[in-house]
Write a protein that binds this ligand. Structure first.
Ligand SMILES: [Zn+2]
Length: 335
C-alpha cells in the first residue's frame, strides 16, 4: 500500500463517525475549507478544537500570551503553556490533534485595517473575541469583503450566538447592536463558552460541508444558571451604518506603532526579530525562556517579552512606559 493510501485509510477512519452524516462530498468540502477563528480564549478553544478535529483548516488569530487565569475555560492550553503566545500554543495543540489540517497562526492584534488581512482568503470567520473593538472591526471587514461570519459571546452564566451567513442579505453585528457593544469583565463559568463554542462549531460544520442550513435570522440566548435556552428573531436594519450605508470607521485606521490592552503591549516593529533580539537580550541580562523559529520568549526582570520572526514584539506584565523602555533597549542594540 502506498503511504498516500494509508493516510487516506487513516483519515477515513478518523472521520468515520461523521462521514455518514456529512457525506463523502461534505467531508471533502470540509477538507478544502478554511476558517478564521478570531480570539483563542474560552470560545476559541472549543471552536478551533472541534473544527480541526472535523478536518477544517484554520487561521488562528490571537495576539496575547497564555495566563493562569485563562485555564478555567481555555481548554486549548495546559499549565506548561503559561507565558507562551496563544496563536502558537494553539497551533501546536491542533496539529497534534489533527495533522491532516493546516493551521496558520496570526499573532498580531486585530487593529484597524489588519482586520481585512484576517478575514481575506477564508470561507468563514468565527468571531470569538473578548472585546468590542475587535468585534466591530471584524464585522466591518466581513461586510466589506462579503465573508460569512458568526458572533459568539459569553458573560458570567450567559451566552449569545448568531450567524451572518450572507453578508448584504442577512443582518450584521451592527444591525443587532446599533449603539455598539460594551466590554464586560471576564467572569465566566467554563462550560458556558464550551456550550456556545460547540454551537458555533456545529453551525460552521453544517455551513462548510453543506450538510445543513446554518442559523439565520435568529440570535440564540443561553442562560446556564436557569438552564433556559431562547431564540429571538433578528432582522436587518435598513439604516445600518455598516451593512446598509457602508460607513466603515474601524477598518480604515492605521494600526500605529503600539497597541496596548491592560498590561499587554504589542509593538508593530518589523525590525524586531528573534535572533537579533536573542543576542541583545543576553547583553541586557534577560533570561531566554523559549527560542523557536517563529518566536523567542524572554523574562526581562519580571516582564515577559516575545519577539516574532514575522516582525513585531509583545511585552506583558508592565505598564506602557516600562514596555517602551524595554523595546527601546532591544532596538538600540540592533541599530
Ligand atoms: Zn448591519
Amino acid at each position: 500500500m502506498s503511504p498516500g493510501a494509508a493516510l487516506a485509510d487513516e483519515e477515513a477512519e478518523v472521520y468515520s463517525r461523521q462521514i455518514p452524516l456529512l457525506g463523502v462530498e461534505g467531508q471533502e468540502r470540509l477538507r478544502r475549507a478554511r476558517a478564521a477563528v478570531v480570539g483563542l480564549g474560552g470560545l476559541g478553544s472549543p471552536i478551533s478544537m472541534y473544527l480541526a478535529a472535523a478536518g477544517v483548516s484554520l487561521r488562528l488569530v490571537d495576539w496575547d500570551l497564555v495566563e493562569p487565569s485563562n485555564l478555567n475555560r481555555q481548554v486549548l492550553y495546559s499549565r506548561a503553556d503559561v507565558g507562551r503566545p496563544k496563536a502558537y500554543a494553539a497551533a501546536e495543540r491542533l496539529r497534534a490533534l489533527n495533522p491532516g489540517v493546516e493551521v496558520e497562526p496570526y499573532y498580531r492584534p486585530v487593529v484597524g485595517r489588519l482586520a481585512l488581512e484576517v478575514v481575506r482568503g477564508v470561507d468563514l470567520v468565527l468571531d470569538a473575541a473578548d472585546n468590542a473593538t475587535v468585534r466591530e472591526a471584524i464585522n466591518e471587514a466581513c461586510v466589506a469583503e462579503g465573508v460569512p461570519h458568526t458572533y459568539a459571546a459569553v458573560d458570567r452564566w450567559f451566552g449569545a450566538y448568531a450567524f451572518f451567513a450572507r453578508p448584504g442579505e442577512d443582518p450584521c453585528l451592527a444591525c443587532l447592536f446599533p449603539q455598539g457593544l460594551r466590554d464586560h469583565p471576564v467572569h465566566v463559568i467554563g462550560p458556558v463558552p464550551a456550550l456556545v463554542g460547540a454551537v458555533s462549531a456545529a453551525d460552521a460544520i453544517k455551513f462548510l460541508s453543506g450538510a445543513g442550513e446554518p442559523t439565520r435570522g435568529r440570535m440564540l440566548i443561553f442562560d446556564l444558571r436557569e438552564m433556559s435556552f431562547e431564540s429571538v428573531t433578528v432582522s436587518r436594519n435598513p439604516e445600518c451604518r455598516v451593512c446598509a450605508r457602508g460607513e466603515y470607521r474601524a477598518i480604515g485606521e492605521d494600526p500605529g506603532r503600539v497597541f496596548s490592552r491592560k498590561d499587554s503591549h504589542f509593538f508593530f516593529e518589523p525590525s524586531l526579530r528573534p535572533l537579533e533580539a536573542l543576542r541583545r537580550a543576553r547583553e541586557l541580562g534577560w533570561r531566554p525562556l523559549e527560542i523557536r523559529t517563529e518566536f523567542a520568549r524572554f523574562d526581562a526582570a519580571g516582564a515577559a517579552v516575545v519577539t516574532y520572526s514575522g516582525g513585531g514584539a509583545i511585552v506583558k506584565g508592565v505598564d506602557l512606559a516600562e514596555a517602551e523602555r524595554l523595546i527601546e533597549g532591544l532596538l538600540e542594540a540592533q541599530a
